[in-house]
Design a protein around this ligand. Structure first.
Ligand SMILES: [Fe+2]
Length: 146
């Protein structure tokens, strides 16, 4: 299979699994700033869920079948899941930072492969997602700056 298509399918799978992983953090984060962090994590899984649909629909526009079962997602994803236990706010943000750094790298790689093929619509979709990850990584960096 074309590398761009297989990476887009991995991206769909990663976003599906991250939707669950970020819910885990949303439910189980603990600490004095629980409420704003809980709300922040909800905004993030909502954004990931939108991206999940957008990447899958882009695959449909390219004439492909996006992965569409939990079984397929668990086989294709590079995301590792978390235990259901308490997480400190620092731990939760460190997971979000790590995941957004990886998503940014993956979306950037897909963007370059799409560009090589002249697939400028996928380029545009990926650039918007990279810009969103950049913004979240900046928010996290600012929050932890001493
Ligand atoms: Fe909730």
């Amino acid at each position: 299979m074309n590398k761009k298509i297989s990476l887009m399918n991995q991206y769909v799978a990663d976003l599906a699994v991250l939707n669950v992983k970020f819910h885990n953090l949303h439910w189980n984060v603990v600490g004095e700033r629980f409420v704003p962090v809980h709300v922040y994590l909800e905004e993030q899984y909502d954004a990931l869920f939108e991206q999940f649909d957008e990447v899958a629909e882009r695959l449909k526009m390219l004439g492909e079948y996006p992965l569409a079962s939990m079984k397929a997602y668990l086989e294709a994803t590079k995301v590792s899941e978390l235990d259901n236990k308490d997480y400190s706010i620092a731990e939760a943000f460190s997971v979000v930072k790590e995941e957004y750094t990886k998503l940014k790298a993956l979306a950037t790689e897909i963007r370059h492969l799409a560009d090589d093929e002249g697939d400028f619509v996928t380029v545009a979709v990926m650039e918007d997602m990279v810009a969103e990850y950049d913004k979240q990584l900046w928010f996290i960096a600012q929050s932890f700056k001493k």
